[in-house]
Ligand binder design. Sequence first.
Ligand code: F6P
Length: 359
Amino acid sequence: MQQGRTTISKFLIEQLRGAEDQADLAALLIDVTAAVKSIASMTAKGALGGFLGSLGTENVQGETQKKLDVLSNDAMIQACEWGGLVAGMASEEMDDPYTLPKEFERGPYLLVFDPLDGSSNIDVNVSVGTIFSVLRHTKIGDPATADYLRPGVEQVAAGYAIYGPATMMVLTVGKGTHGFTLDREIGNFILTHPDLKIPEDTSEFAINASNERFWEPPVQRYVAECKAGKTGDRGRDFNMRWIASMVADVHRILMRGGIFMYPKDTKDLSKPGRLRLMYEANPIGFIVEQAGGAASTGRARIMSVPPTSLHQRVPVMLGSKNEIERLERYHREYDSGEDKPFVSPLFKDRSLYSDDARA
Ligand code: F6P
């Protein structure tokens, strides 16, 4: 069934018709899809491609680099550096922004990306992804690091690719969030999920619960209430999921609702969260907001956070709007000292540990 199918190129050209620099932005996003296709092909080969395992090097975050992290970074650079569409690029895998070779024309955009998010999952054959964000470059000349440090509200496009059973790309240019599936036989992304909407309410949350003792009280309160389910304040049961690959967790939320949290914790006091603002939280925040969801640090809208460094980390809470608003309220109540002291449901009346239960 080829007829009537909308390819990603056709979709982008139509969505961006009439907008400033529209042809350039569409062309850049099409270059990104070329990189995504080559990353998809490498990840799909698994052990047969010889790409698995570590390189023995560390990125600027002190994380061990996988071979595929570096190969995916190269794929993005090679696909996007030559076309006269970007002025520079920055990524999780490079300490400093990438300066284009002299021979390439400079373009109007900055591309910021995480070439292979969740890469600790590669060796166990669990879904991974690529996340990207596009900002406008407003100055003449090669961009300095400071030129990249712009809040998420200034993004002109953002998206992610998920390398799962099917390879998909989900993106926004500020006119809704749309999903495309890679048809491997024809080598093209086809619009399969137009105008994605995250339901406002949900009974599903995602968090790495092994960090519970390090979370702030408002997050402990929220999660404890979800876990107490029908027997607690929320009066209904919740389900929990954690893939440990942000793209895969976010993709589930776009498909059926839910919330994702990687809050601030006290495990390592030098880090105000785990996820990176510029190439994880901002682009995913843009996608989620364009799908009717919310993206917050718990205390502020993610896309309003002023970046102070390229690899800055932030607390992240995103997904179904009403649950994110509840989390923000819990943070407000905690900060103002309004909330009642948090009591674990295990110790409430009618719990296993109450006098009634023990009698
Ligand atoms: O980039 C960070 C990341 O890999 C995310 O994709 C994922 O959500 C998170 O880290 C997993 O963290 P943890 O290892 O604590 O479960």
